[in-house]
Write a protein that binds this ligand. Structure first.
Ligand SMILES: [Fe+2]
Ligand SMILES: [Fe+2]
Length: 270
């Protein structure tokens, strides 16, 4: 018997090893896409995802304050940067499958599932790109400590789909759009072409993840007769700890359907 989409999501979430997780993720994404194109549909189904996804024994997870910072002007510093991005990407693989599994009971258009399967597939590619760059530099994912607490946003929003969309794609992934160009410059200056190409791929594809967040957030506001801007502000203030930090990448945020009056008011404590 073939798995439902929600069961596929749980399989990815319960796979610990990074390369194994992303391989399974890409296989399930391809199966979903093929099923959507053909005439043997895969049911969305429902599932009980774990509160926390399985992760490898390494990297050791540490408080962000205890993760040593290294200068990006050094090879070591650039390896640390790639390692941090790899960790973010692996977390993102789990986040996108988690939104599918955790909210599979919510009646939604099929396009919702298409979008997050596609985003999960992108993140799997992103993790592999970063892991490849690390290995080319003589390191690997797991060699350094990584931030603990990355899953906090998922736990905070586990019972509220609108909060999940507001905090994860529309705040956290949008932040990625702000900081990635600076990272690309670091590797350009170091003439590390493989990392530049990988980060440019990531940068290009992340816009669509923010756009999916914005699209489905607005859809749910419409369904619930809510003002999107007010609802966004209320949910981010409730579930995201801290203020948003400029400078913002206004151009890419606009491409992703995030208007300035959504994020600027959140730069200040209320
Ligand atoms: Fe990504
Ligand atoms: Fe993403």
């Amino acid at each position: 018997m073939s798995l439902t989409l929600a069961e596929m999501a749980v399989e990815v979430l319960t796979t610990a090893d990074g390369r194994a997780k992303t391989a399974l993720s890409r296989r399930h994404a391809a199966a979903w896409r093929a099923a959507r194109r053909g005439d043997t549909p895969i049911a969305v189904g429902t599932a009980n995802p774990p509160m926390q996804p399985a992760r490898p024994a390494r990297p050791e997870l540490a408080n962000p304050r205890d993760v040593p910072r290294r200068k990006p002007g050094t090879t070591e510093g650039r390896i640390a940067l790639l390692h941090a991005v790899a960790h973010i990407e692996l977390n993102a693989v789990d986040l996108h499958w988690d939104i599918i599994a955790r909210f599979s009971h919510v009646p939604l258009p099929m396009g919702f599932f298409d979008d997050w399967v596609s985003a999960a597939d992108d993140e799997s590619k992103h993790f592999n790109l970063m892991a490849d760059c690390l290995e080319a530099a003589g390191s690997h994912y797991g060699a350094l400590a990584a931030h603990a607490g990355m899953w906090r946003a998922a736990e905070e929003t586990a019972t509220d789909l609108m909060a999940r969309l507001a905090v994860v794609p529309m705040v956290l992934e949008a932040r990625g759009l702000d900081v990635t160009p600076g990272m690309i410059d670091v590797f350009k200056r170091a003439k590390e072409a493989e990392a530049v190409a990988a980060l440019e791929t990531i940068y290009g594809e992340e816009v669509s993840h923010v756009a999916y967040g914005s699209k489905w957030f607005n859809f749910l506001c419409g369904r619930n007769d809510l003002d999107p801007k007010d609802a966004f502000h209320a949910l981010v203030r409730k579930h995201f700890h801290g203020v948003l930090k400029p400078p913002f990448n206004e151009e890419k945020r606009a491409d992703a359907g995030l208007p300035p009056d959504f994020y600027w008011p959140l730069t200040e404590e209320v």
